[in-house]
Design a binder for this molecule. Structure first.
Ligand code: UGA
Length: 454
């Protein structure tokens, strides 16, 4: 099929490249000529494992081209997939990019005679496609929905695994305005995957996406809430508690006497909170949307509140030991919101750095690839230094806080901490280190969800 993909952020580009790799003819549209040029030169503007290789492949085969001209693309394709950003701002989801994409497509539809499906892939609150997008398309094109198709096809791509997730989806959700829209979208995925296709209406598709992200975020906040209770009681390790819970066969079944260890279980772990470009924004947008309709969703709000507080709890734990953090040299291990990405959006590291600076600590922030992005977030500050070398950063530090479980950091031995740091204190914000090994080596260990006997 001939497909336009509007917006070449990580969702748009991954979608375009993966669909092209399956034989579709794809035009990726972006307003920024610089990005378009990069794509056409086979350079991926974003870092995503496997993406650049696949991009180069599909360009060489002639299955993908990038352009700034939306009109020509829509004219010559059967489907437009909208994958522009939907940030959270001013207390609610900001749909301005969706609106302008719909307007531009509608203007082209006015002149186009053949059938065209407009599919929203961006994460948008329920009713966006069947109300806002539909109204704009009808208003600008002078046609009625039905004369053009309308679909909502959310993505479930994890950063760092986006190509793998696209190529091996667990489900394909297609919200459709009518049968013809659905059939057209089904053809996009035909013979492509053997994943189940879930056929729903437009707003259900939108709600599935929010519910999925809010549920995963809630599992994290629930685990963090339990961690606070464990800390208050003393001598209960939240890690053991959650392991004890998640070995329940309903969470973790055995096949041939082997535990399956479903990915979902790893969201039931206490830590320093969730971050990234999706969970925080989507959970806030869902909460704001629900409130707009007159219902304050207590569980979703609690998920956000717990997550907001969690990074600061680590600082409080450290302060209890050190008394004051003023002029204390503290190393923050890891800045990105998760390993294998340089994305620091809503990363707990930002709250931790802010909290430490507010207490006049001297902060050394370490990360293999996310320093540039973090640096942009903090105006020149004499108390904040960066290093890509953790050894350098740990040298003479009074405490270290593990925020991002990069492989290199979780492999640091207790002896190394002991040798490099003054009187080593380690705050394990991800519960990845072995407490007894650290204590045996003379490192004071503070773990989320674990306090001594009270
Ligand atoms: C998330 C969802 O996982 C995707 O399904 C969804 O498509 C995507 O948002 C989106 O809306 O576009 P992503 O933000 O890349 O993907 O990140 P995750 O890997 O899920 O991590 C989010 C947070 O959960 C991070 O703070 C991370 O530390 C935490 N996490 C991640 C866990 O606690 N356990 C894990 O196993 C993985």
């Amino acid at each position: 099929m001939k497909i336009s993909v509007i917006g070449t952020g990580y969702v748009g580009l991954v979608t375009g490249v993966c669909l092209a790799s399956k034989g579709h003819q794809v035009i990726c549209i972006d307003k920024q000529a610089e990005i378009v040029n990069k794509i056409n030169s086979k350079i991926s503007p974003i870092y995503e494992p496997g993406l650049e290789e696949l991009l180069s492949n599909v360009i060489e085969k002639g299955n993908l081209v990038a352009a700034t001209d939306l009109k020509t693309a829509v004219m010559h394709t059967d489907i437009s997939i909208i994958s522009v950003g939907t940030p959270f701002g001013d207390g609610k989801i900001d749909l301005r990019y969706i609106e302008s994409a719909a307007q531009e497509i509608g203007n082209v539809l006015k002149e186009k005679n053949s059938y065209h499906v407009i599919c929203v892939k961006s994460t948008v609150i329920p009713k966006t496609t069947d109300t806002l997008v539909k109204n704009i398309l009808e208003g600008t094109s002078g046609k009625k929905a039905g004369e053009f198709g309308l679909a909502m096809n959310p993505e479930f791509l994890r950063e760092g695994k986006a190509v793998e997730d696209f190529m091996h989806p667990d489900r394909i959700v297609i919200g459709a305005y009518d049968e013809e829209s659905f059939e057209t979208m089904r053809k996009v995925y035909e013979g492509f995957f053997d994943a189940p296709i879930i056929k729903v209406n437009l707003r259900t598709a939108e709600m599935i996406k929010y519910t999925a992200n809010a549920l995963l975020a809630t599992l994290i906040s629930y685990s963090n809430e339990v961690s606070v209770i464990c800390e208050k009681v003393g001598n209960i390790d939240v890690k053991e508690v959650l392991e004890g819970v998640t070995l329940d066969k309903r969470f973790n079944p055995r096949v041939n006497n082997q535990l399956i260890n479903p990915g979902m279980v790893s969201y039931l772990r206490a830590g320093c909170g969730f971050g990234g470009s999706c969970f925080p924004k989507d959970v806030q947008a869902l909460s704001a949307f629900s409130q707009e309709m007159g219902y304050s969703p207590p569980m979703i709000q609690a998920t956000l509140e717990i997550n907001y507080a969690q990074p600061y709890r680590l600082i409080e734990r450290l302060q209890e030991i050190l008394g004051t953090l003023e002029n204390k040299k503290i190393t923050v291990l890891g800045l990105s919101f998760k390993p294998e990405t340089d994305d620091i959006r809503e990363s707990p590291s930002l709250a931790i750095i802010k909290g430490l600076l507010a207490k006049n600590a001297k902060v050394i922030a370490v990360d293999p690839i996310a320093i540039d992005n973090t640096n942009k977030k903090f105006p020149q500050n004499d108390s904040l230094y960066y290093s890509v070398d953790y050894k350098n950063a740990l040298k003479d530090a009074e405490a270290a806080i593990l925020v991002t479980p990069w492989q290199d950091y979780i492999k640091i031995s207790p002896q190394e901490f002991k040798e490099l740091m003054k009187e080593p204190i380690l705050v394990d914000g991800r519960r990845v280190f072995d407490k007894s090994a650290f204590e045996a080596a003379g490192v004071r260990y503070i773990g989320v969800g674990l306090t001594k006997n009270l």
